[in-house]
Design a protein around this ligand. Structure first.
Ligand code: SF4
Length: 369
């Protein structure tokens, strides 16, 4: 049977980080209504939840939810055979009591945003914690018996040096996380960072430095046994995120909560981003979807997602799914990309080389129908 995921978006944060483009509100007084609406939405998806193997509570800041709220949400989800349940947390709102509550609910994976070990960068980014506090919360996670946890690292911060990224890596490795997700900073429209960049108040790192930073990250983490298994994710063997692998394999997932994305029965949908539209749809007994579409080019989507993984995809799987011979139908482009050292075909699998990952956007264009 295929894997299937459930994603719940918790769109609340105590403050807005200056680089953040995720849907999140700082009006925490709305959390009670949100939980009620979410439970209503979950009821509309009971059949689709059957067979789900992973659950991911993301945000926003899911650790702002009280354990009682989580109990209500888990009760609405019903008894499921999730093999992996992840909750995203931030250092400020995580407590020993919450960790105990998570374990009691069957949550078995924690993901914490720390981003950098340098407090001056944390201040620029508008984060609400310093590194000492974050490191203390990692110690608490471990002391609470969670061995499966992720920390997020952001690189390419304005004014950041390669040496500082090296120090971040040393500090993060010291925390003992078996999974590290890395993100190159982007200046998305609508963020405070984007405004400051446009006003000339922030100086982004150059493309060359950005590449050097990622090369250092890859080399350092892999030397420590944290292997790259997706473009920007590293894990010790056995600690890869099963939920995220569902996204990257093009497998189905139910998305719940305002602004959540879902992928069911070949359709991709995005829930209403407006809390009021979301609420009204749920009250009417309708799935609160703001948009639904069938991917225009399903083959391309499959190739694009699966090539994010270091292992790539199995040619037989492509052939079964699309009822055609991948090697024949893509003969010309494969010839070109293998010759250029961008793609490799080995043992029935197709995957990017390291160089291919570096130029993945340009390389993927060749697969467009
Ligand atoms: S905590 Fe995460 S979701 Fe919330 S504002 Fe910061 S980056 Fe965005």
């Amino acid at each position: 049977m295929k894997n299937k995921g459930v994603y719940i978006h918790v769109p609340f944060c105590e403050r807005k980080c200056h680089y953040c483009h995720f849907l999140s509100s700082t009006h925490l007084e709305g959390m009670g209504d949100y939980v009620r609406d979410l439970v209503g939405e979950i009821r509309l998806y009971q059949e689709d939840l059957s067979g789900a193997t992973t659950l991911y509570l993301g945000g926003g800041t899911p650790s702002l939810l009280e354990i009682e709220d989580l109990k209500t949400i888990f009760a609405a989800l019903g008894k499921r055979d999730f093999t992996e349940i992840t909750i995203e947390v931030n250092p400020e709102s995580l407590t020993a009591g919450k960790l105990e509550g998570y374990r009691a609910l069957g949550i078995n994976r924690i993901s914490m945003g720390i981003q950098t070990s340098h407090d001056r960068h944390l201040v620029t980014m508008g984060r609400g914690h310093d590194f000492t506090q974050a490191a203390g919360k990692v110690a608490l996670i471990k002391a609470s018996g969670f061995e499966n946890f992720n920390i997020d690292l952001i690189y390419g911060l304005p004014g950041q040096s390669l040496k500082e990224v090296g120090e971040d890596l040393a500090a993060f490795i010291g925390l003992g996380a078996p999974h590290i997700s890395t993100y190159g900073l982007s200046y998305d429209e609508g963020t405070d960072f984007h405004q400051r960049l446009s006003a000339g108040l922030l100086e982004p790192v150059t493309d060359d430095l950005d590449r050097e930073m990622f090369a250092l990250i890859k080399e350092t983490l892999e030397a420590e046994g944290l292997m790259r298994y997706e473009i920007s994710n590293f894990a010790r063997p056995g600690y890869e995120s099963r939920h995220n692998l569902i996204y990257w394999s093009g497998e189905p997932y139910v998305g719940l909560g305002p602004g959540a994305h879902g992928h069911l029965e070949g359709l991709r949908y995005e829930n209403h981003r407006s809390f009021s539209d979301y609420h009204q749809a749920v009250v009417r007994g309708e799935r609160p979807r703001g948009s639904v579409e069938r991917p225009g080019d399903e083959e391309f989507e499959y190739i694009m997602l699966n090539l994010r993984k270091v292992e790539g995809f199995e040619i037989e799987d492509f052939n079964r799914r699309f009822k055609k011979d991948f090697l024949k139908s893509h003969e010309a482009v494969l010839g070109k990309l293998t010759l250029a050292g961008v793609i490799e075909i080995q043992g029935g699998w197709v995957f990017f080389t390291d160089y291919g990952f570096d130029i993945s956007n340009e390389a993927l264009v060749h697969f467009m129908g």
